[in-house]
Design a protein around this ligand. Structure first.
Ligand code: HEC
Length: 142
């Protein structure tokens, strides 16, 4: 390789690295924004029942610490939150029977933010969930 080629090549690689880095931080910032707004929503609407640390409330409210349940039912969470839910659920090996009322007034973006918060707190680390995904999930509620 000539010196000129080496210089051009390194510039090129450097530019790619910068673009990748910029994209990463943009999506990290977006995730952090969802998480922090989601935390505010959680505190006002969910914490009373599900607890400050997602620990739940005795026999009445299931905890949000069951990562596998949250993963396996991820596409149902928006429906649970918007429309409420009343079906027996096994969380961390315990069955819960109480019903949760829906939050009809929550917009897709609020639901996405609170989903990002609960699925990235309490030992969960599932990354981003967009309001487009929520809008799509809500079309398929039972
Ligand atoms: C009045 C108490 C109450 C409030 C407030 C409440 N929940 Fe629930 N939540 C429940 C109960 C009870 C269940 C179990 C419902 C069932 O078994 O059908 C549940 C189930 C869930 C589940 C699925 C089970 C689990 O533990 O993973 C999720 C996720 C959830 N709630 C999220 C939320 C979010 C987010 C909010 C706030 C927007 C919220 N809940 C507000 C009582 C509540």
């Amino acid at each position: 390789m000539t010196l000129k080629k080496i210089v051009l090549y390194s510039l090129f690689l450097g530019a790619i690295a910068m673009v990748i880095h910029a994209c990463q931080s943009a999506s990290e910032i977006e995730l952090a924004k969802y998480h922090s707004n989601g935390k505010d929503i959680y505190k006002t609407k969910c914490q009373n029942c599900h607890g400050e640390n997602g620990e739940g409330l005795g026999e009445l409210t299931p905890p949000l610490t069951d990562t596998i349940f949250l993963q396996q039912n991820k596409q149902k969470l928006a429906c649970y939150i918007k429309n409420g839910v009343n079906e027996p659920m096994e969380i961390n090996g315990k069955i819960y029977h109480e019903k949760m009322a829906g939050f009809k007034d929550m917009h897709d973006i609020d639901i996405a933010q609170v989903i990002v918060y609960i699925t990235n707190s309490f030992e969960n680390k599932q990354g981003m969930y967009t309001y487009e995904q929520v809008a799509n999930d809500l079309k398929n509620c039972k």
